[in-house]
Each structure stands twice: as C-alpha cells, then as structure tokens.
Write a protein that binds this ligand. Structure first.
Ligand code: ADP
Ligand code: FRU
Length: 318
C-alpha cells in the first residue's frame, strides 16, 4: 500500500460517483481556532506563533470532510447554532461538497469551539473544547429523514453524550434494514471520548471504532487487548476496530481473527495530527464501502491518517 505520485490513493472507483449511495456522519460540528506553534507554549509567556486560523472541526464533521475528499458522496448530520460562526461552517461544508441538507439550525445557543494548539515539532495537538449550550442532533431530527429516499449506504455515528437518542437512531436503521433487506444501510459508531456513558453503544452497530483514549478508561494498554476484550461485547456479526496513535490500528470480527496495520509515516515528517483519528475512521469506512476486505480497510485507514499528519488540515488529501 503506498499512494501513487499523482493519483492520491490506490483505491479506484468501482462506480461513477453520482451512482454511489451516500455515506452520512452524525455528530459534532464545531469551529477549531488553531494556533500553530514552534514548540508547546510556556504558561504566562508572551510569544509569536507561526500561524492562527479557523478550521471546521468536530469528529463527524472531519470524518465527512475526509470521506468527501476520498471521493464518497457524503452528508453530515449535525446541529449548527444560528450565530456568526454559521456562515463559515456552511461555506466550508460547501467547499468540500459535504451535503448538509438535513442539518438543524438552532437559536438561543452558543456555537461550540475548540482552541487547538498544534506543535509543529511533533505535530501534537492539544484541544481545549467548549460546548456550553448546543443541543445534539436528536432522534426527533433523525425521524424527519426519509431513509428510503436518502438511500444511504452507510451511517456513521459519533458517540456523543445523547446515547439514548443515538441508540434510537441505530434501532430505526435496524428496522429499515429488516423491512428493506435489499437496501441495507451499514452502520458504525465511534467510542472516542473518555465517558463510560457511551459504552452501551458497543452492541448497536455493524462496525465499532474504539479510540486509544476510550480503551484506556477500561484499563487496556494496547490495541490488540482492546479488540479482544471489548470485542466480546459487540454483536455477533459486528467488527471492532481500534486505532492506537503511532502503534497503528487493528480490527477483529467478533468471531474472527485480528487484522492489524502499522502506521504510514508522512514523507516530510509529522506536522499536524488534529483529526488523525477522524481521518482513520473515514479511510476504513471508505474502503469497506467500496468492498475492500477488513485487512485492506484498516491499512487504508492508517494510510489516509498518516498522509493527513503530514500537512495542515485535510485539503492535501484531495
Ligand atoms: P486521535 O486523532 O483520535 O488521537 P490516534 O492518535 O489514535 O487518533 O491516530 C489515529 C491513526 O492516525 C493511527 O492509527 C495512525 O494510523 C495515524 N497516526 C497517528 N499518529 C501518527 C503519526 N505520528 N504518524 C503517522 N500516522 C499517525
Ligand atoms: C478532532 C476534533 C476537533 C474538535 C475536537 C472535538 O478529532 O474533532 O476537530 O475540536 O476533536 O472534541
């Protein structure tokens, strides 16, 4: 697996993009205020940084961006506050051709923002997030979507705090799949944050992404132990996937063997790891949606994430 010189990735389109069914990502969209620094700042110092800029962020938002850059028809299902940040977010979704027709715009709340300090020496990202009052995309919002009309191929959920709503949305897709087996929608869920409340989501989707940070709150110290341990809690036909920073990633079907991939370090060195995990998820989902085997999909996730770490933002994945 290595990216071609001019062709971005080795995965070819099986189909014309307009004929593909869309992939939707449900979760957070926020504004990332990024400060690019030569080194991690000293507390109470007064210094110059390399750059400061805004970027659209949030796990679901980033994953949808990367999916769109890889060539998938993509939609983001999220809430957006009716505040000054709204136009920036909408324009940026449009720039990447991410559909936001089912997003919900809300009054009387503040927009979630993250202060992200990126140290260009090692690409580390330190995130200081604030979300004071933006309601989550709810089951009620989801019920307004006509699944038969949208023809999603895949719906990916970020494990946000509204777990009962996310469970209901996944259940609604299960019911749709039972009623229309020829139009099956594949589901995935991400357990990324260090909150135990999201654990009940483990047995609610076809693919379950567990982050290193989340695995660590269960006491796991490596990706293999994570997929072995938490893999007992997924559905019989499901797959658990775990990315572990510089140790790469692995995956395991509940009753199958582990497959793993090392990282693909970017040629020019690591400059920005913000959204590496979101890019990994997008790479895995994209490869599986195009019919690739699990091993290939995990490698592709690492390839996409590794490539992303080599430049600022996501645009370079085009
Ligand atoms: P998160 O962004 O959620 O903290 P991780 O740090 O676990 O995610 O990284 C996700 C994936 O990104 C890893 O599995 C790996 O493939 C890739 N990755 C992370 N750090 C690096 C790095 N320094 N070099 C190359 N790839 C990396
Ligand atoms: C990266 C990210 C950022 C956002 C933060 C929210 O994974 O989605 O874009 O600020 O995490 O937790």
């Amino acid at each position: 697996f290595s990216p071609g010189k001019n062709k971005p990735f080795p995965l070819k389109m099986d189909d014309h993009p307009l004929n593909q069914r869309p992939i939707a990502c449900c979760g957070l969209t926020c504004c990332d205020f990024i400060t690019l620094c030569k080194g991690f700042p000293l507390e109470d110092s007064d210094q110059r940084c390399i750059d400061m800029y805004w970027q659209r962020g949030g796990n679901a938002s980033n994953t949808s961006t990367v999916l769109a850059l890889l060539g998938a028809r993509t939609e983001c299902l999220c809430t957006i506050a009716n505040t000054r940040e709204k136009e920036f977010l909408k324009e940026d979704f449009a720039k990447y051709a991410v559909n936001i027709e089912n997003c919900v715009y809300l009054d009387d709340c503040t927009a979630p923002v993250s202060n992200c300090i990126i140290n260009v020496q090692n690409g580390s990202r330190t995130i200081l997030h604030s979300n004071k009052s933006l309601p989550e995309f709810s089951y009620k919002d989801f019920q307004k979507i006509d699944l038969k009309k949208q023809k999603y191929q895949w719906v990916h959920f970020e494990g946000r705090p509204n777990v009962p709503d996310i469970s209901s949305m996944l259940q609604a897709i299960d019911s749709h799949n039972k009623a229309h087996p020829d139009e099956k929608i594949i589901t995935s869920v991400e357990l990324e944050k260090t909150r135990m409340e999201i654990v009940p989501l483990l047995d609610k989707a076809d693919y379950v992404f567990v982050s290193k940070e989340h695995a660590q709150i269960h006491g796991y110290q490596c990706k293999e132990d994570t997929v072995e341990g938490l893999g007992t809690k997924i559905r019989d036909s499901s797959v658990i996937i775990c990315a572990w920073g510089e140790s790469g990633a692995c995956a395991k079907p509940k009753h199958g063997p582990i497959v793993a991939s090392p990282i693909f370090p970017p040629e020019g060195g690591v400059v920005d790891t913000l959204g590496a995990g979101d890019s990994f998820n997008a790479g895995v989902i994209f490869a599986l949606s195009r019919g690739k085997m699990l091993q290939e999909a995990v490698s592709f996730g690492c390839l996409v994430a590794g490539k992303k770490c080599g430049f600022r933002g996501f645009e370079g994945l085009k």
